[in-house]
Write a protein of this length. Structure first.
Length: 94
């Protein structure tokens, strides 16, 4: 498990996405096999949770690198652009 100071690598993110893709295929198979609806919904919720986790890791990495670099550059324009990007992405979640 990563500590709050560590940011995941692209390889780690790709590995997680591969596992999620496998989960989605498992859900598809459950639907094809006409499994119990609540079991399918439970698996869909697990996939959504896993995707949210990856999303947060990517946002964290973006903040540690792109946003931090924009602020460190001393350019108010760059910093404002990065903040606007973050606000737009976060707004889409609601």
């Amino acid at each position: 498990m990563k500590t709050t100071e560590q940011v995941v690598t692209h390889e780690e993110t790709l590995n997680r996405l591969s596992r999620i893709a496998g989960q989605v295929q498992g859900v598809r198979k459950m639907v094809e096999e006409k499994k119990y609806c609540i079991d399918i919904v439970t698996q869909i919720q697990a996939v959504r949770s896993a995707l949210r986790s990856v999303e947060m890791q990517i946002l964290k990495k973006h903040m540690h690198h792109c946003v931090s670099d924009a602020f460190a550059s001393g350019s108010p324009k760059d910093a404002d652009e990065k903040m606007d990007e973050l606000l737009r992405v976060m707004k889409k979640q609601y």
